[in-house]
Design a protein around this ligand. Structure first.
Ligand SMILES: O=C(O)CCC(=O)C(=O)O
Ligand SMILES: [Fe+2]
Length: 204
């Protein structure tokens, strides 16, 4: 049997491109299937956030897993880490094996269809380990991931397909914003796992 080699599309081809590493087809069919089957049972919620005093339900579903004390804040709420599900934990171990980075938390986003999205933001929360990289794994429907430089406003777009790995290297979160725009023609759902390094017990 022929093994398919992951295709590496490296950022930093020139000085002005974002510091990302994109590995197409990082996960095997079996790994993808196991994660998608497991995710059916994740405790997803869509928290409400306040924008200019008005309450909105976020246009996606989220769940946060991590080591004990690795809590985080998103959408203005403190979220306690749920214990690691089996395959999410195997994925954390694979990232540690392949890249030598030990993540202790993961945010799972579920985009039910192309109406679900994530607005412009950067992941520079105070509870994150300073200058750390974020690893993002995509499953299911392909979606566009758009990156915009905070000063120059220059944009780059990546098509994230099922099983792809995108690593956002520091200082990506300092210099760039990212988003997953609505795509009304997309009917299928997408899962995204963003692995983070948290400073344990930051909120205690
Ligand atoms: O869904 C994605 O590809 C990005 C998710 C993201 O930016 C985040 O969880 O902070
Ligand atoms: Fe993000």
């Amino acid at each position: 049997m022929q093994t398919e080699l992951p295709l590496l599309v490296k950022g930093q081809e020139n000085d002005s491109s974002p510091p990302v590493t994109l590995i197409k087809g990082y996960l095997s069919q079996k790994q993808k299937q196991s994660l998608m089957a497991e995710a059916i049972f994740y405790p997803f919620t869509s928290p409400q956030i306040q924008i200019f005093g008005k309450r909105h339900v976020i246009p996606r579903q989220q769940a946060w897993f991590g080591d004990t004390g690795c809590d985080t804040r998103y959408s203005g709420l403190t979220v306690t880490a749920e214990p690691w599900p089996i395959y999410a934990h195997k994925l954390k171990a694979k990232l540690s094996h392949d890249f030598g980075i030990d993540y202790n938390g993961v945010l799972v986003n579920q985009y039910r269809n192309g109406q679900d999205s994530m607005g412009w933001h950067c992941d520079d929360e105070p509870e994150f380990k300073p200058c750390s990289d974020i690893a993002s794994i995509s499953l299911g429907a392909e979606r566009e991931f758009v990156v915009k430089h905070k000063q120059t406003k220059q944009k780059y777009s990546y098509h994230l397909a099922s099983g792809d790995l995108l690593i956002m290297h520091w200082p990506m979160q300092h210099d760039w914003l990212h988003s997953v725009p609505k795509r009304v023609k997309v009917n299928a759902s997408r899962l995204n796992y963003t692995f983070r390094q948290i400073q344990p017990h930051f909120f205690k």
